[in-house]
Design a protein around this ligand. Structure first.
Ligand SMILES: NC(=O)c1ccc[n+]([C@@H]2O[C@H](COP(=O)([O-])OP(=O)(O)OC[C@H]3O[C@@H](n4cnc5c(N)ncnc54)[C@H](O)[C@@H]3O)[C@@H](O)[C@H]2O)c1
Length: 444
């Protein structure tokens, strides 16, 4: 394919060399003359392992040329990749000025070209593509989706191993609101063996930030566990190597599905205990401390979402923290119920595992649990009585808003048969298609 690459920095120079290595005809474009000269002379414009050799090979095979001329690059290519920088502004916000400028320049050329595909490789926040689309449309007088197409292709390579990473990526993601265009861009990577996805452009823009935030959280987590271990005379390197051996719960997709707050009889108490140990050891662990704060915030979000429906009759289905157990310890839904009842909502609860036989024990457990949550988090609310809130499933589904807070299979069947007009809040991600309910609301 004939490709032009705008911006010959770390990402653009590597892509130029690597696309040529994949057999494509590549034109590199940069505003810096020395970068253009370096590439045309068969040299990398910057230091990156293996880049010099690939550029030399590409130039010698006449697969790579570089220029400062936008018009020449656009007219001699079918697809352009934009790899200019998106540095932070002084206040930390993303600076789109380089992207805007290059799109302005390309827009002026597109005026005279019949069709072109533009792929933004630079990291940018969701919504940025719309800004660039407007600049391109205004500059060219043409319409995206008809006269030219826009796509994104987030980059996951790391400096220092960029060439290796390019040819062995975790996955290749193309963000394109037109699937056929996405598939066409993906063709460029035909000879790369990796998982490949064409997704909506907003997902493709956001996933880079989710990934980098996750990497930052991982590093900070390992460092906090490291200092906590050190303060207790424990070998943190050995510990974390062992930690990573658990590929079922620790290093896996488990616990990575957005949903409701965590709870149960272990997570809240163990996270609290390790925080207390850190305090005693005078080890500052802001990330570990943030987990319970984030959890409480998520519970508050569920309450706010219910309030936003403007309905007062709330039915809660399932209050045990997991199916097949009547254990309600640490279940965050208890705090939601407590807060709603305190605010005068008419709340009804159904749970198949709560019967007359265990109601007394549940009532006691509820009181202890909610009291614990309230005091631990220093929340200003009183513990309500819930005994009178339990009722049959038939009565619960008569309420205006149905909150699904348990994954029990028998509940799932009932939920599927709910009146389509019910407002359903699915805290457990068990409905395949929330849209099957005209008035479904979602927490995440
Ligand atoms: N560097 C990394 O490891 C890495 C990894 C993944 C993603 N990214 C993202 O990739 C993008 C590029 O990063 P980088 O590190 O390669 O940036 P960089 O600053 O090294 O390179 C940007 C290049 O764009 C050129 N440029 C600026 N305006 C131009 C214009 N109008 N026309 C042509 N060229 C122009 C600059 O001269 C420079 O050579 C950023 O959004 C970055 O966040 C970087």
């Amino acid at each position: 394919m004939r490709i032009s690459i705008f911006g010959l920095g770390y990402i653009g120079a590597v892509c130029t060399a690597a696309f040529a290595e994949l057999g494509h005809q590549v034109i590199g474009v940069d505003v810096m003359q020395y970068k253009v000269d370096a590439i045309n002379g068969g040299e990398a414009p910057l230091k990156e392992k293996g880049l010099d050799a690939l550029i030399y090979k590409g130039v010698k095979k006449q697969k790579i040329v570089a220029t400062r001329d936008t018009e020449k690059a656009i007219f001699n290519s079918d697809i352009s990749f934009i790899c200019v920088g998106t540095p932070p502004k002084k206040n930390g916000e993303i600076d789109l000025s380089f992207l805007k400028r290059v799109c302005g320049e390309i827009g002026a050329v597109l005026k005279r070209k019949q069709y072109h595909i533009l792929v933004i490789r630079s990291t940018m926040l969701p919504g940025s593509l719309d800004i660039l689309k407007e600049i391109l449309e205004n500059g060219s007088g043409k319409k995206e989706g008809k006269d030219f197409h826009l796509a994104t292709n987030p980059e996951f390579l790391r400096e220092g191993s960029a060439i290796k990473d390019f040819f062995n990526p975790p996955y290749v993601i193309i963000g394109a609101d037109n699937f056929e265009v996405g598939k066409k861009v993906l063709e460029i990577y035909r000879n790369i063996k990796a998982k490949k996805f064409v997704v909506r452009s907003d997902i493709a823009q956001m996933i880079k930030y989710a990934s980098n935030s996750w990497h930052a959280v991982k590093i900070s987590f390992a460092n906090e566990i490291g200092v906590l271990c050190k303060a207790q005379g424990i070998d943190s390197k050995k510990l974390m190597r062992l930690f990573c051996e658990d590929t079922q719960l620790n290093i896996s997709s488990y616990y990575l599905k957005p949903g409701f707050a965590y709870g149960g009889s272990c997570l809240p108490k163990d996270v609290a205990a390790i925080q207390k140990r850190a305090d005693k050891l005078k080890v500052v662990t802001p990330l570990l401390n943030a987990a319970s704060k984030s959890n409480i915030e998520h519970i508050a979000r569920a309450v706010k979402l219910i309030q936003s429906t403007k309905k007062r009759k709330i039915g809660v289905i399932g209050i045990t923290f997991k199916p097949d157990t009547d254990d309600i310890r640490g279940n965050p839904i208890l705090l939601v119920i407590n807060r709603l009842v305190n605010q005068g909502y008419n709340v009804k609860i159904y749970d198949p595992l709560i019967t007359k036989a265990n109601l007394k024990a549940i009532k006691k457990s509820y009181r202890n649990e909610v009291f614990d949550l309230i005091t631990k988090e220093d929340l200003k609310e009183k513990v309500v009585e819930i005994e009178g809130l339990f009722t049959s499933l038939n009565n619960v589904v008569k309420q205006d808003v149905i909150v699904i807070s348990n994954r029990d299979e028998s509940l799932q069947k009932v939920i599927k048969e709910l009146d389509e007009n019910k407002i359903v809040l699915d805290l457990q991600n068990i409905l395949d298609k929330l849209s099957m309910y005209a008035k479904a609301v979602s927490l995440v």
